[in-house]
Design a protein around this ligand. Structure first.
Ligand SMILES: Nc1ccn([C@@H]2O[C@H](COP(=O)(O)OP(=O)(O)OP(=O)(O)O)[C@@H](O)[C@H]2O)c(=O)n1
Ligand SMILES: C[C@](O)(CO)[C@H](O)COP(=O)(O)O
Length: 235
């Protein structure tokens, strides 16, 4: 059995196989045109600016035959077919990365629906992962008082907001560990809406790195003007 030495090479994995149902648009939201490019192209172009990347995998829907996505020429790029849920899409992308680069590389999983991610925040996340040799994610500390509701939307509990964060992406973990955690979470019937929840479930330390509201996820129609403002107003 060959033991792969730990490496600090980084790949990007862009899950872009969603239907965008909550957006209620005629096309999947990652293909909506904002500030001259599709949402997906903005996300790819931002992540491709990250120094020291080795490769990028784009995962799109089975019936997605769009050919207008431009992949960065300076990276090793693969396109794969995603799955029914985001977790299946991420697993498909990880399979491609592990086959190409082994299971020790770091993978930055970044939603196609988050086109406003800030390069400096991604690089802080990467540096943290290398320094601590543990994974992590961009996240935003909540600013408002946080309530947990009961079944009738009545307040059940007020939570200590200094310990509440809103998870964003990229979420960064070693490819093999992440693959095994996602597979294991699915096998246990867990609902997996992000990578860190599966990693933490299996005892991996996951560092929360402060992100920014500009890295919001395009989810519903009211988000679109905000995304357009973000993409047309550099910091
Ligand atoms: N089967 C899926 C579902 C989602 N995603 C991706 O995961 C990211 C975040 O998911 P979300 O915002 O939920 O996107 P959708 O699933 O498309 O949205 P909806 O739930 O409204 O249909 C998006 O970039 C989406 O394309 C994916 O790659 N594969
Ligand atoms: C991964 C994520 O963007 C972190 O907040 C979020 O979990 C994606 O959830 P969605 O329901 O697939 O949009």
């Amino acid at each position: 059995m060959t033991i792969q030495r730990k490496t600090d090479g980084f790949w990007v994995l862009i899950p872009a196989a969603g239907a965008g149902r909550r957006m209620n648009a005629p096309i999947p939201k990652q293909y909506l045109n904002v500030a001259g490019k599709t949402v997906l192209q903005h996300a790819i172009d931002r992540m491709a600016q990250v120094a020291t990347l080795t490769g990028l995998v784009l995962a799109t829907a089975p019936n997605d035959d769009r050919s207008d996505v431009i992949l960065p020429s300076h990276l090793t790029c693969h396109k794969v077919v995603g799955g029914a849920e985001r977790v299946h899409t991420v697993l498909a992308g990880l399979t491609s990365i592990i086959a190409a680069a082994g299971d020790q590389v770091w993978v930055l999983v970044h939603d196609a629906a988050r086109p406003g991610v800030r390069l400096a925040d991604v690089e802080r996340l990467m540096a943290h992962c290398v320094e601590f040799q543990e994974g992590g994610l961009l996240a935003q500390p909540v600013r408002d008082t946080v309530k947990r509701s009961g079944s009738a939307n009545q307040i059940e509990q007020t939570l200590p907001r200094d310990q509440i964060w809103l998870a964003q992406t990229p979420q960064c973990f070693r490819a093999g560990e992440l693959f095994r955690a996602l597979e294991g979470a699915l096998a246990e019937g867990l609902e997996v809406t992000d990578e860190a929840s599966a990693m933490a479930h299996f005892g991996h330390v996951c560092h929360l790195i402060t992100g920014h509201w500009r890295n919001m996820k395009l989810t519903e129609p009211e988000d679109l003007p905000l995304i357009e403002w973000i993409l047309t107003h550099d910091e």
